[in-house]
Design a protein around this ligand. Structure first.
Ligand code: SF4
Ligand code: FE
Length: 465
């Protein structure tokens, strides 16, 4: 298993074509807008070697016959799903943001299931590749979301809006298109592309699941902007950790057959999509409550500093933040505890509870953020810079007026998470990550046996069925 330092070294050996603000970045590991997100991923490597957390952060793998980082592990037992949520909470708390590695873990597990359903050839190719991922301890970008363009049109009507196979040559396929909102793409070793929506007969060229190195010829990455991202690396950043979302452009990328897991199998791609959505929607029950641990701590410390901490309304609002965060965590744990075994041997979350978990995540964090802004006071939006607090002429008078550095740094952390750079990985991702709210309602409607419920109600009401 890689250490955090080995992970950083491994990123430097890539010939990544990454652009930030119009400039190609020669070394992502030192760029101020990329480094905070690399630090977050590095935590996932560090924890596997931390005596306090190694038991949770690693797991025995039958594929390699030894321990692997949990982020490359299969959910081989029901407890693995629960441990994933517990690990995510610890990392969410430690980073205060998205640590980016769960998409790849959830994609591995969904692909294990989908390729098994596709048949022994597909499953064999996938398992051979996955064994290498575990041995090297790779960070994977799970790339699902296509640009989609005009939502009224199917992929064949606007192929340029979807990643697709444009050529099938001896020994592999050629891919063209783009993937959007790619969490941690520029911090990864490999990209795993998967279809982002349900496909129909006649749409086989879009039914592609395959893996490639992030620096494969034809791949260009463009970093997304975040609010206040020019503060990164400076004293007003609020958090030295960060999240990352990237647009990935595929300009005729050749993928050899041994890394093409599904090609044209529309049914297996539907399995893949649903399995991934379930896993990742439950994942938010781990990372987001961890993030809120950090936010609640910062807000409590701000009120302590201001002398309002013991006021009854402040205590009540802090308790409400805890209640909302634990509600998210509880449903994530429940989805993971109420698991079922798939025919391939691995375990799946309860789809209804996983979707309820993510649906709560599209709502409750907004109330948590509202309380955080309430309790932090107006200074959350008006605090001068650290440089002004340190100013030789007026710094002392300014500190008397607005409070000292501790207060400033705590407020900057709250600001980062509520509407600064970290709000992309928190608020926006809570809404749209792993699918927007309507996507969860579709699953909830489909998984509910409405006829059975109505028949039950009729029985209770003394009516004939
Ligand atoms: Fe992991 Fe949460 Fe980030 Fe998804 S949003 S990759 S579950 S930390
Ligand atoms: Fe996400």
């Amino acid at each position: 298993m890689r250490t955090a330092a080995q992970y950083l070294d491994s990123l430097r050996t890539r010939d990544l074509r990454l652009f930030v603000d119009g400039e190609r970045v020669p070394d992502a590991t030192v760029h101020p807008k990329v480094l905070p997100s690399i630090r977050s991923v590095a935590l996932t490597y560090a924890l596997a070697h931390d005596p306090e957390h190694a038991a949770l952060a690693t797991a025995p793998s039958e594929l390699v016959g030894g321990p692997v980082n949990r982020f490359t592990h299969l959910f081989a037992a029901p407890e693995d799903l629960v441990r994933k949520i517990e690990l995510q909470r610890i990392l969410g708390r430690a980073s205060g943001t998205c640590f980016q590695r769960c998409v790849g873990m959830d994609a591995l597990n969904a692909l294990f299931i989908a390729t098994w359903e596709a048949g022994p050839d597909a499953h064999g190719r996938f398992v051979r590749w996955m064994t290498g991922v575990q041995e090297r301890d790779d960070m994977l970008c799970g790339a699902m979301t296509d640009p989609k363009g005009d939502r009224r049109k199917r992929p064949p009507e606007q192929p340029e809006q979807f990643l697709r196979v444009v050529d099938r040559r001896d020994g592999g396929v050629v891919l063209r298109g783009a993937k959007m909102h790619q969490t941690g793409a520029a911090n990864s070793h490999q990209i795993v592309v998967m279809p982002g929506g349900m496909l129909r007969e006649g749409e086989e060229d879009f039914a592609i699941a395959a893996a490639m190195p992030v620096d494969a010829p034809g791949i260009t990455m463009v970093l997304g902007r975040q609010p206040s991202d020019d503060r990164k690396g400076g004293p007003d950043a609020g958090n030295r950790f960060g999240g990352q979302e990237v647009v990935v452009l595929f300009d005729d990328v050749f993928v050899p057959a041994e890394r093409v897991f599904l090609d044209g199998d529309v049914a297996a791609c539907a399995t893949l999509l649903e399995a991934f959505a379930g896993y990742h929607r439950a994942s938010y029950g781990g990372c987001k409550p961890g993030n809120f641990d950090a936010m609640v701590g910062a807000v409590a410390a701000v009120t302590d500093d201001a002398g309002t901490r013991r006021a009854s309304h402040v205590r009540d609002k802090l308790v409400e933040m805890i209640h909302l965060a634990e509600t998210i965590h509880g449903v994530g744990l429940a989805a993971s505890s109420k698991s079922t075994q798939h025919g391939c041997g691995t375990w799946q979350v309860d789809p209804v509870l996983a979707n309820c978990c993510k649906h709560n995540v599209t709502r409750l964090p907004y109330e948590i953020g509202r309380i955080a802004e309430d309790l932090s006071g107006g200074l959350l939006g008006t605090m001068p810079s650290i440089a002004d607090l340190d100013h030789p002429e007026f710094g002392e008078a300014l500190t008397t007026a607005v409070g000292g550095r501790d207060r400033a740094h705590l407020l900057r952390l709250v600001e980062n998470m509520t509407y600064g750079a970290g709000a992309v990985a928190l608020r926006l991702e809570c809404m749209h990550g792993a699918g927007s709210p309507a996507a969860q309602r579709i699953v909830l409607e489909r998984h509910t046996d409405w006829a059975e419920r109505m028949a039950h109600a009729r029985r209770l009401a003394g009516l004939p069925e």
